[in-house]
Design a protein around this ligand. Structure first.
Ligand code: SF4
Ligand code: SF4
Length: 431
């Protein structure tokens, strides 16, 4: 692990409160909200839709997409998306009365619902799990594993964002109720909540102990000034180190891993009966006049966030989605917000003064910093020569934890992680 100060060229400041983003006249709702699949639209051009109405559904019914506003379906368009790909979107012109926004929210009693009813509610409300690559949560809940643990990360994986940390500070009770909901869907082996040790979780123990036995729920403090500290590998080690008694079920990739954004969405879906129509987003960067945490409707174009921050102080050299360490750059300000966007960072040219790429100088930085001790330089070289590389190279790439430290530390600025990720995908497709 390495100090964040050494690797991050920009870190979002902490925020105490959020603002609601101005509503746009038009919303561009992507038909692919989870990075993998595109769902089938249920509306046609000219249809009138209500806020929260289901406008698209996937074949297996694991996840719906809802209209974020009341309005008229104007068109189906191809648009660049926050993940750097292009995808089909529904264009909605806002008009009419809101069904959710500004209305008093009643709390529903969910305790009498069966596990299947809770999963169906999570699917119908379109909840995506954004712990790492975005996936429909209902699909994960339908997978059954003996002794599966629930693991909750209460801070941002990419420390240059502040979204999960903000939600953990402001909505802890809602998150805990979300855990109770999940524990009613399946009986977990154990529940682990990893939290930033710099933040005191006031009175949590008292509230929680009335819900769970001490053996089931465990709070694990984490030093979040070091990176990486929130991937499955680090979490496994932290739990082993901190648990004074024996772990009933080993930590594995079959465990249900969740972030704060997802936990709050579970609460909103099941307790408040509200579909996933908006996101908390850290909007920051030295090219902006002001940085803010915003609650933003899905489908809002990114340029609207700039207006909310008082405009730009200079033209951004780079716009990065989901953190300057782990995120990806986009080049179009019309890219719409999707369910998997946690942050947008607008950085000035001076932060990325030199973007030239040079050949490898064999300095060894990339493999010395790699937390799983693989050689990204070798994988990169093999991939560039022949994408159908040897099984040994594919095996090496398969244990990469996606931390991107190799990229951050390569003086030649080679896209090492991107090559490793490609090799990983090729390897997985051959299995
Ligand atoms: S190869 Fe993977 S695990 Fe190793 S530093 Fe690069 S991104 Fe991190
Ligand atoms: S850090 Fe970059 S330049 Fe150094 S060995 Fe790795 S790939 Fe080569």
């Amino acid at each position: 692990m390495i100090s964040i100060k050494k690797i991050a060229n920009y870190v979002a400041p902490p925020f105490e409160s959020y603002v609601n983003t101005f509503l746009s006249h038009q919303f561009t709702v992507a038909l692919s909200q989870d990075d993998f699949s595109e769902v089938t639209p249920l509306v046609s051009i000219g249809d009138t839709v209500k806020e929260g109405q289901v406008i698209a559904r996937d074949i297996d019914s694991n996840c719906n997409i809802h209209s974020p506003v009341p309005g008229i379906i104007k068109d189906f368009v191809e648009s660049p998306l926050p993940n750097g790909k292009n995808g089909r979107c529904i264009l909605i012109q806002m008009e009419g009365e809101f069904s959710y926004l500004g209305k008093v929210q009643k709390k529903l009693k969910w305790n009498f619902l069966t596990a299947e009813q809770l999963i169906r509610c999570i699917a119908e409300k379109g909840i995506i799990n954004t712990f790492s690559k975005p996936v429909p949560l209902a699909k994960q809940l339908r997978d059954k594993y003996e002794g599966r643990n629930i693991i909750l990360r209460l801070y941002d994986y990419d420390p240059t964002c502040y979204t999960d940390t903000y939600i953990s500070k402001k909505y802890l009770q809602q998150i805990l109720e979300g855990i109770s909901i999940l524990a009613s869907v399946f009986s977990p082996g154990a529940i682990y909540c990893l939290y930033d040790k710099a933040l005191l979780l006031k009175d949590v123990g008292k509230d929680v102990n009335t819900i769970y036995s001490e053996n089931l729920l465990n709070f694990i403090p984490v030093d979040t000034t070091k990176y990486p500290c929130g991937g499955l590998g680090e979490i496994r080690q932290l739990i082993k180190k901190n648990m004074k008694r024996q772990i009933p079920y080993p930590i594995s990739k079959n465990d249900l891993l969740l972030d704060c954004v997802t936990m709050l969405s579970i609460y909103e879906a099941v307790v408040l009966d509200e579909p996933m129509m908006s996101r908390f987003i850290t909007v920051s960067g030295d090219a902006l006049k002001e940085s803010k945490i915003m609650k933003t409707k899905i489908g809002t174009p990114i340029y609207k966030l700039i207006e909310e921050c008082g405009g730009l102080v200079e033209n951004p050299g780079k716009i990065i989605i989901n953190g300057t360490i782990c995120g990806n750059a986009i080049s179009d300000m019309h890219v719409p917000i999707t369910k998997y966007v946690k942050s947008v960072t607008f950085l000035s040219e001076k932060v990325f003064a030199d973007r030239r790429i040079f050949p490898c100088i064999h300095c060894g930085n990339c493999y010395r910093i790699c937390p799983v001790h693989i050689k990204p330089n070798l994988i990169y070289e093999a991939y560039m020569k022949n994408p159908e590389m040897s099984p040994y190279i594919a095996e090496m790439a398969s244990i990469c934890t996606d931390c991107r430290l190799c990229n951050m530390n390569c003086p030649s600025r080679l896209p090492l992680y991107q090559a490793v990720e490609q090799v990983k995908r090729i390897g997985e497709s051959k299995k």
